[in-house]
Design a protein around this ligand. Structure first.
Ligand SMILES: Nc1ncnc2c1ncn2[C@@H]1O[C@H](COP(=O)(O)OP(=O)(O)OP(=O)(O)O)[C@@H](O)[C@H]1O
Ligand SMILES: [Mg+2]
Length: 231
């Protein structure tokens, strides 16, 4: 299935904190075509994670619209939204959020099981994905028995298990050494090419961002396209 098309219009997000309104997203306009791979860069605290949470429907915007393949997600009921999110969006966060009491294979299989797949089917898919990220020898390890880079790869496999049409990644290489980070990045590029999924990747790593086909910088709650990405 091809990647999702995203259309974001005048998206705003404020937080109320200690009686004060903090405006974080001040009017985001962005169109991402199916299969596009976009890097989001910008200073710490500028709102990159907030944007990913809103795009991933984990948080609601204060105003503005988000269309996913022409459908406005803000109009979905909470129940429909949860199903849509499980089916259509994969997340890779900086701090994995793997469940410590489950094995690598079980962690990867869980979203598929929540989506209605049988345990056996989900585990078979999970095993396949873990092979693809180079972890076929770590299927039964628990997160505490894996290195940081291995945990990050498990998190990527977990994000892929439902074959999402949109992959959102927040600093997926943030706590990896440069070699492992570059490998992880290469994996994202390969997945993007093989599967054609739309990808939005927040990164502080200028080298990796430089290698992405499209880069967007967040400044003062708004987005700017950065020209001249390297091939
Ligand atoms: N729930 C919240 N309540 C109040 N303020 C918040 C909340 N979540 C985020 N913020 C504020 O919004 C701003 C943007 O946060 P966000 O996490 O999106 O930044 P970021 O660009 O991802 O930064 P980093 O690169 O450090 O991860 C920050 O100043 C943060 O303090
Ligand atoms: Mg962040």
């Amino acid at each position: 299935m091809p990647g999702a098309r995203l259309e974001i219009r005048d998206l705003k997000k404020s937080f109320l904190h200690g009686g004060q309104v903090i405006e974080v997203l001040k009017g985001i306009d962005l169109t991402v075509e199916p299969g596009e791979m976009v890097a989001v860069i910008g200073a710490s605290g500028v709102g990159k994670s907030t944007l990913l949470h809103v795009l991933g429907t984990l948080d609601t915007p204060s105003s503005g619209t988000l269309h996913f393949d022409g459908q406005e997600v803000g109009r979905l009921s909470p129940r429909a939204l949860a199903g849509f999110r499980n089916r259509s969006i994969g997340f890779v966060f900086q701090f994995h959020h793997l469940l410590p009491e489950f094995t690598a294979a079980e962690n990867v299989a869980l979203p598929a099981m929540i989506g209605g797949q049988t345990r056996a089917g989900a585990l078979a898919t999970a095993t396949n994905l873990l092979e693809q990220v180079g972890l076929s020898h770590r299927l039964t390890h628990r997160p505490g028995e894996l290195s940081g880079g291995e945990q990050q790869r498990v998190a990527l496999a977990r994000a892929l298990v439902t074959e999402p049409r949109l992959l959102l990644a927040d600093e997926p290489t943030g706590n990896l050494d440069s070699v492992t980070g570059a490998e992880m990045h290469a994996l994202f590029v390969a997945l993007n090419e093989q599967r054609g999924m739309t990808m939005i990747v927040v990164t502080h790593n200028a080298d990796l961002a430089q290698r992405m086909p499209r880069r967007i910088r967040m400044v003062d709650g708004r987005l700017q396209d950065v020209a001249g990405a390297a091939a």
